[in-house]
Ligand binder design. Structure first.
Ligand code: C2E
Ligand code: CA
Ligand code: CA
Length: 651
């Protein structure tokens, strides 16, 4: 062997052999480098892929040259140790691991980078089989075949992702190229070149996570959810067991987001995700579909009662106060439920119908759940139909009109003002505001409708001043309108355009509107007050802790809800309803608020109110005097003063 090495190292012989075996291999290296530098992308590779390819190609070609040189000189014997000096020289500073492996898998040579990546010493590697290092990659048979084929048709190699075992028992992902060398004798030889691709794998995993998981909550996203439902449906069909999709939606998320800020909103979503996860079994899937909508897939469901139980558990868990950085948040979730296969045979249908049930749950009341029924689907179609009519009507300026219901002085029957109530009639069946206002709110049409109402109401009020001097107009504001930061500006502009003095415009707000973040609500109210408008609390008594709001926000008018007026009792012996109204009136008196009694239908109710009113001035709005009428009627035929009926009931 020494002889051979000497022969190989002999200046004359070496020069000839280098010319013959090594130099030719530099030509393709040159081409490859030019390709890399020139940015040619005829193989359609990415920059990283190109670098990998060129490094592999270069190393293999160079080593092939060197090894063929050696093989040519020595047909048998311990070639590699002797060639090691040369190989080391070439591969020392290469950013790729290089190993020369014989037909039995023995590692005859490894470069420093290979040893660094795998954490073995050269000696350790020499005692190992390359096949032991290969955790994932080509098989032994595959390599044998490669060797056989390589002897017939050269330049066939293995190239692909592989996982190699490291000294600390980790697995290292690499881009591996194994090239068999043309055999001179019967033993096969391979050059394995590998590049660490941990970064690439990590990036891939991150991409996968982005593709399948929601970054905010870490839950499965919509795509993964549908994947899981598809698989679950197949399993359910085979196993003939049930499968359920639940959709949960937070009831007041928008409000929380607006009041506490988006960071708190995000934090809340994260907490909600954890709570949902804690309510279900590990085999079930919770996913965030987007916004504050979550979907849950339950497999192997036994009975509807189990699902109802789970919905209740989730409802109760989410009704607990949740801590976020800004403070304690109170929320609740509505839940819609759809069963496979009766409510849908695909993930899409199940989700759609669970959504339909969710809508119904929202209507029923915060924090409730509903199972899907075909009736609900019809209601949704109806809802969509109304939404379409509203859109078309707003575009063509048809459909919306206003009626005005007089507010009458309880004592002398004089008309003091009017409430503007929206009507919708576009040729189809007329819609009541109770039907179309909530739909307009959800469809994002309320801003436009609200503006039209405001404008028409102001103009109407200007118009009736000749007949009803100083009779103002009250306009209902929806929560969405109130949240619009431009509201005071819009109102100021509308007042200016119509020429209506601000004190004749009253804005009706429900208690729930005032529930938002105190500072924001207060700022809007202050701005509205500064314009000179009056503020009324509508449907008083049906909302939340009413007294607190009256104290906090300086409103001018309190409208006692119809339900209290309905409760007024003309019988002397049954006084409960009367006591409630008396208490409200006393409170209004103390806070110096004007009072409107809504929905008064009978003369008897007027009498009771008169008895209870003491010295609080009360206006009455109700069918007892008049329904809401069109502007024409207000201008032409509505009496200036109503007969103040009295049944003379003694209390
Ligand atoms: P609301 O503000 O409480 O209006 C009073 C409702 O009670 C009106 O129904 C009115 O017609 C009705 N009403 C008045 N007196 C009586 C009575 O003696 N007996 C009975 N049974 N009902 C009476 P309407 O016009 O159907 O409006 C329903 C609700 O729709 C309103 O309740 C209000 O919350 C909303 N709304 C109406 N117009 C608008 C609007 O322009 N914008 C907004 N955001 N909401 C509106
Ligand atoms: Ca109202
Ligand atoms: Ca009301």
């Amino acid at each position: 062997m020494f002889q051979d090495l000497k022969a190989a190292g002999h200046p004359a012989g070496q020069g000839r052999n280098w010319r013959r075996y090594v130099w030719p291999s530099l030509v393709p290296i040159g081409i490859a480098t030019a390709w890399l530098l020139g940015g040619l992308d005829w193989l359609g590779q990415s920059a990283e892929g190109r670098i990998g390819l060129v490094v592999n190609l270069a190393v293999v070609l160079l080593l092939t040259g060197v090894l063929l040189l050696g093989v040519r000189q020595r047909k048998t014997g311990k070639l590699f140790r002797d060639q090691g000096v040369l190989l080391n020289g070439i591969t020392d500073h290469l950013g790729a691991g290089v190993m020369v492996v014989d037909g039995n898998g023995a590692i005859a040579f490894s470069n420093p980078e290979a040893r660094r990546l795998l954490g073995f010493t050269a000696i350790q590697l020499e005692e190992m089989s390359f096949l032991d290092l290969l955790l994932v990659g080509p098989t032994e048979e595959g390599l044998q075949q490669l060797a056989t084929e390589a002897s017939a048709a050269h330049w066939k190699n293995y190239s692909g992702e592989a996982w190699l075992k490291t000294n600390d028992d980790q697995s290292l992902p690499v881009d591996l190229t194994i090239t068999p060398l043309r055999q001179v004798d019967s033993s096969a030889l391979f050059v394995a070149v590998f590049i660490d691709i941990r970064d690439r794998i990590e990036a891939k995993q991150q991409l996968r996570a982005l593709a399948y998981y929601d970054t905010l909550t870490g839950l499965a996203n919509r795509s993964l959810f549908f994947d899981r439902v598809r698989v679950a449906i197949r399993r359910a069909r085979r196993g003939k067991h049930g499968l359920v999709v639940l959709v949960a939606d937070l009831d007041n998320f928008k409000q929380i987001n607006d009041s506490y800020g988006h960071a708190s909103g995000d934090e809340l979503l994260g907490k909600v995700a954890q709570i949902l996860q804690s309510c279900i079994r590990e085999s079930d899937t919770v996913s965030r579909l987007g916004g504050d909508e979550f979907a849950i897939l339950l497999e192997s469901v036994e009975a509807a009662s189990d699902v109802a139980h789970l919905a209740k558990t989730i409802g109760a868990a989410l009704a607990q106060p949740i801590m976020v950085a800004e403070g304690e948040v109170h929320t609740s979730a509505s839940i819609g439920i759809a069963f496979f296969p009766q409510d849908g045979e695909s993930g899409e249908d199940l989700l759609k119908n669970a959504d339909v049930a969710l809508y119904r749950a929202k209507d029923t009341g915060h924090g409730s759940y509903q199972f899907f029924t075909p009736d609900m689907a019809r209601a949704v179609v109806e809802r969509l139909n109304i939404e379409q009519r509203l859109r078309a009507g707003m575009e063509s300026n048809h459909g919306l009109s206003l009626c005005f219901q007089p507010k009458v002085d309880l004592q002398d029957g004089r008309v003091l003002g009017f409430e503007a109530l929206a009507r919708w009639s576009d040729g189809g069946r007329a819609l009541s505001p109770a039907q179309f206002i909530p739909i307009a709110e959800k469809a994002g049409l309320i801003g436009e409708i609200g503006l039209r109402v405001l404008r028409d109401a102001c103009n109407a009020c200007v118009a009736w001043q000749g007949r009803f001097p100083n009779a103002g107009v009250a306009v209902n504001l929806s929560a969405a309108q109130f949240r619009d930061v431009k509201l005071p500006q819009t109102i100021a502009r509308t007042l200016a355009e119509s020429g209506l003095p601000a004190h004749l415009l009253e804005l009706e707000l429900t208690e729930s509107i005032l529930l938002g973040h105190f500072d924001q609500v207060n700022e809007t109210l202050t701005n509205l007050r500064q314009l000179g408008c009056a503020l009324a609390i509508d449907d008083f008594g049906t909302g939340y802790s009413s007294l607190a709001y009256l104290q906090r926000f300086s409103v001018n008018v309190l409208k006692i809800d119809k339900s209290f007026i309905d409760g007024l009792d003309t019988e002397v012996s049954l006084m409960t309803g009367n006591t409630l109204v008396a208490a409200i009136l006393a409170m209004a008196h103390a806070l110096k608020l004007a009072v409107v009694a809504e929905g008064v239908e009978h003369a008897g109710q007027l009498d009771v109110l008169r008895r209870l009113s003491l010295d609080v001035p009360i206006s009455v709005q109700g069918y007892v005097f008049s329904r809401a009428v069109p502007l024409d009627e207000v201008l032409l035929s509505l009496p200036l003063r109503f007969e103040p009926f009295s049944n003379h009931i003694e209390l």
